[in-house]
Every structure is written in structure tokens, then in C-alpha cells.
Design a protein around this ligand. Structure first.
Ligand SMILES: Cc1ncc(C[n+]2csc(CCOP(=O)(O)OP(=O)(O)O)c2C)c(N)n1
Ligand code: SF4
Length: 287
């Protein structure tokens, strides 16, 4: 059966502000999932808390709008228990790099076949415009009236430095490009990260809106970027905040075995006679 974007759109009407970048992200997600061709009941979509974290509810996949910052631990639990499912995780820059920041390195080094989409609007949207970890230095918000004194996190460098096998960036200002990177991330056999510069029209900066993105964005493909070259990826990623590069920064040409595949092998080696409890304990003892 051929699936279309409509098959992934739920009946729930999004309550995002009109013009929010997250509308583009969910559309790109519908299109990417249709291209992948797995039916909605074979997909588990987990998010944290935030405006962007509402996204699973707007799809027909199994969804869990969970706890602030905890999308990744829950997604990993699902993938370990049901490795045959296509598992997606999503949330905001606050969810992923502030309260949930400690989970990101461990999800990366564990390397489960999960796609993690961060809707990066450089602000806390849901709670009405406080500083987020990706807010630029000097940004005036309700919690930084005199301008932010802190250096922002660079999400691209952060995940590359921890060894993510697939790292890409997109913007809803380029729907075809955004859909393509999400699809490629889902097809990557391991942990894949997509940073989406998704404008917040209510609390976001003027130079971070769709029109500005159209003027600023440069596709990595047009720059002749080699996505198999980690050094080149790090060099491009350093310009987060000053250049809007879109496309794939890095894709490991030799993806290592996933955690869930290794765990299955370990269980097989332990043999069918082991009780489930002992098998789990042995997995830890042999680490
Ligand atoms: C444990 C906990 N702490 C704080 C909050 C309040 N809170 C909800 S969403 C949010 C941040 C939202 O920003 P972001 O994750 O960037 O998502 P956005 O709304 O911008 O899409 C915060 C601090 C919460 N729900 N739970
Ligand atoms: S507050 Fe910002 S992030 Fe939240 S729905 Fe409105 S535009 Fe989108």
C-alpha cells in the first residue's frame, strides 16, 4: 500500500501560533514518513514538553508527549523493548539542551536507531519567552532584560563532538530540503540528529523568521561539502549562529552496530534456558 503525507496527519488541530515554524516541521515529517513507507502503527514518536513537543499528537503514529527533557530515555526504552518499531524523538532546544541536555551524549554513545529532531527556536516558547540554551549572547528576554550574558550552546558541535553518526540541519523556509534531511536521518541505521531552525513568531528574534531564513540559508551541497568528512563537518558546524547551513553535516560512511542489535546478540548467546531476569542481570555483569 502506498502511503501519502495525509496518512500521517491526525485529526487534532495544532494549537501553535499562526506562522509558527513547527507547522513546517510537522508537514516535513508527514512527507518524510510517507516516503519511508512504514505504516503509522509501526512508528513510536516520543517528545518532551514544550510547544514543539506537541508534535507527536499531530501525527497518526503512536505518540507520547512525555516529561520535560526526557524524550530520549523513553525513546531508547521503547527501541530496546520493540526494536522493530521506527522510533522518533522530538522537542525544543530547551527540552533537548537544557533540562534534557544530560541525556543527549548518552543517547549518542549508546547509538540506538532513533531519529532525534530538535525544533531550535532559541527561546522557551511554551512558557512565554525565557532564555534558552541556544539564545544568542545579548538577547533581551523576560529573563534577561539587560541582554543574555551567556555563550549559547552550539547543538551541531555538541552532537558531533559526542560522536553522532548522522548530523543535519534544516529550516521550514526550505520544505524540500527539510523533508529530505528528515527522511535521510530516519533511513540512517543509528542515532541521527536533525537540528531544525524553527522560528517562534511570538517570542523569537526578527532575524530568525522564515523570510530571513530564505535570505540567509546556504545549502551544504551547494558549497561542495563532503558529509563523510568529520573535520569538514566540525569546521562548518562552528558557524552555527552566524551562518545558516542546511543539509547533512556528517554521515558516518561505516555506521557501527546499534546498541539494540548488540543487546539481542548478547541475549542469544546467553541461551534460551536463562530466565529473563538473569539475562538482564548478566547483560550488566558482562559490561
Ligand atoms: C520539570 C519541568 N520543568 C520546567 C517545566 C516548564 N517548561 C515547560 S516547556 C519549557 C521550555 C520550553 O522551551 P523549549 O523546550 O525550547 O520548547 P518550545 O516551547 O520553545 O518549543 C519549560 C521550562 C516543565 N514543564 N517541567
Ligand atoms: S510561542 Fe512560539 S514556539 Fe510556541 S507555538 Fe507560538 S510561535 Fe510556536
Amino acid at each position: 500500500m502506498t502511503l501519502t503525507a495525509k496518512d500521517f496527519k491526525s485529526d487534532l488541530k495544532p494549537i501553535w501560533c499562526p506562522g509558527c515554524g513547527d507547522f513546517g516541521v510537522v508537514q516535513a515529517m508527514y512527507r518524510a514518513l510517507a516516503a519511508i513507507g512504514r505504516p503509522p502503527h509501526e512508528i513510536a514518536f516520543v517528545s518532551g514538553i514544550g510547544c514543539s513537543s506537541r508534535i507527536p499528537g499531530y501525527t497518526t503514529a503512536y505518540g507520547f508527549n512525555s516529561v520535560h527533557g526526557r524524550a530520549l530515555p523513553i525513546a531508547q526504552g521503547i527501541k530496546l523493548a520493540r526494536p522493530q518499531l521506527l522510533v522518533l524523538a522530538a522537542g525544543g532546544d530547551g527540552d533537548g539542551f537544557s533540562i534534557g541536555g544530560g541525556h543527549v551524549p548518552h543517547a549518542i554513545r549508546r547509538n540506538m536507531d532513533i531519529t532525534y529532531v530538535v525544533m531550535d527556536n532559541q527561546i522557551y516558547g511554551l512558557t512565554k519567552g525565557q532564555l534558552s540554551p541556544t539564545s544568542p549572547r545579548g538577547l533581551q528576554t523576560v529573563t534577561s532584560v539587560g541582554g543574555s550574558l551567556e555563550q549559547p550552546i552550539n547543538p551541531l558541535l555538541y552532537v558531533l563532538a559526542y560522536g553522532a553518526g548522522f548530523v543535519a540541519q534544516g529550516t521550514p523556509a526550505d520544505m524540500a530540503g527539510l523533508t529530505a534531511v528528515i527522511e535521510e536521518a530516519i533511513r540512517y541505521p543509528g542515532f541521527a540528529f536533525v537540528n531544525v531552525q524553527s522560528p517562534c513568531v511570538t517570542y523569537g528574534q526578527e532575524n530568525q523568521q522564515i523570510k530571513a531564513h530564505r535570505e540567509q540559508m546556504k545549502t551544504l551541497a551547494s558549497l561542495g561539502h563532503d558529509a563523510t568528512n568529520m573535520a569538514a563537518a566540525l569546521a562548518r558546524a562552528q558557524h552555527y549562529g552566524s551562518e545558516l547551513y542546511t543539509g547533512v553535516f556528517y554521515k558516518n560512511p561505516q555506521p557501527p552496530q546499534t546498541f539494540e542489535a548488540q543487546a539481542r546478540e548478547r541475549q542469544t548467546q546467553l541461551g534460551p534456558s536463562a530466565r529473563p531476569r538473569d539475562r538482564i542481570l548478566d547483560m550488566f555483569r558482562q559490561q
